[in-house]
Write a protein that binds this ligand. Structure first.
Ligand code: SAH
Length: 289
């Protein structure tokens, strides 16, 4: 193998989105998926009590599905996506509670890893370890996650420009602030975290957790089992404390649904641009021939 001359900058890893790839898009709540479906179009077909929408979105084959709430529902749905719909990549979009204090309503979190905060088979296995896997953290795909984070940043930039005039924000009692994109650990469990004591208990045991929700770790585990690249984005709908229920429905319908769909659309557009070719390192010249 020829070594690159020392003077050249290191190449960034290549992100390849193959032309035959088929992206599974998963949301847990009706409001979250409706924004995607209205952009996708097409007809739904039902398998295992779930509606699956198949369409080409900006030239990318997409299968979108509402998995419903909780880890079991999410795992079975993704399994169906893999076996009946032949998806090759998975992206999850939805809302979550901001567990870390700096993760606030309206912020966007792209997952790097997932953990199940309600997994405890101790003393046989360490707390949080998924039995017989020897691990408690399940990683997301770094390249798909990077593309998703870029899509999120792009949409946040638009939102910041529009400020309070944005249709997303109209009527919501949110202070104008620089909404931020975070990347890191998300915890999933079959509980809605709606009290400060629950929030503190999770943070005490898992201090790195940014956000809490109810599906992602299950999807990450299924994707790990089948070797599928997985990425997840969550828009923070609440602070996972006593204020959690305030305006939750309104926030999802008015902000999270259209905003989540916009992030997914930006992701799909970027995947379409990179379909079948490696993403070129910044500054490298591209031969147009
Ligand atoms: N009170 C809501 C509950 C919906 S369940 C209602 O009646 O409609 C919450 C959904 O949003 C799940 O899909 C979960 O992934 C996500 N979520 C948002 N905030 C959450 C929180 N604080 N704790 C757990 N899940 C949360």
């Amino acid at each position: 193998m020829t070594q690159a001359p020392k003077s050249l900058p290191a190449l960034e890893p290549v992100f390849l989105f193959p032309p035959h790839a088929r992206l599974g898009v998963v949301c847990a709540m009706h409001e979250e998926l409706s924004g995607v479906v209205s952009l996708l179009g097409g007809e739904a077909c039902q398998v295992g009590g779930r509606d699956f929408w198949q369409a080409s979105w900006h030239g990318v084959e997409v299968v979108a599905v509402l998995c419903r709430i909780g880890k079991v529902a999410a795992a079975t749905t993704v399994s169906t996506l893999i076996h009946r719909f032949g998806i090759t990549h998975v992206v999850f979009s939805g809302v979550a509670g901001g567990l870390a204090r700096h993760v606030q309503v309206g912020d966007v979190v792209v997952a790097r890893h997932f953990v199940q905060h309600d997994m405890d088979a101790s003393p046989l296995f360490a707390r949080f370890e998924v039995p017989l896997y020897g691990q408690s953290l399940f990683a997301c795909d770094p390249f798909l996650s990077r593309a998703l984070a870029q899509a999120g940043e792009q949409c946040l930039a638009t939102l910041r420009e529009q400020g309070q005039d944005s249709g997303f924000l109209a009527g919501l009692n949110l202070l104008p602030r620089a909404w931020t994109l975070h990347q890191g650990l998300i915890a999933s469990g079959d509980q809605f975290i709606g009290s400060d004591s629950q929030r503190q208990a999770i943070l005490k045991a898992l201090p790195d957790v940014l956000a809490v929700e109810m599906e992602g770790a299950a999807v990450a585990q299924v994707c790990h089992d089948f070797g599928l690249p997985f990425a997840a984005v969550r828009i923070i709908s609440d602070q996972a404390d006593e204020t959690a229920h305030v305006d939750f429905a309104q926030f999802i319908a008015q902000v999270a649904a259209p905003f989540g769909a916009a992030i997914l659309e930006a992701l799909v557009q970027s995947l379409a641009r990179h379909a079948g070719e490696g993403e070129r390192p910044q500054g490298a010249s591209v031969d147009p021939s």
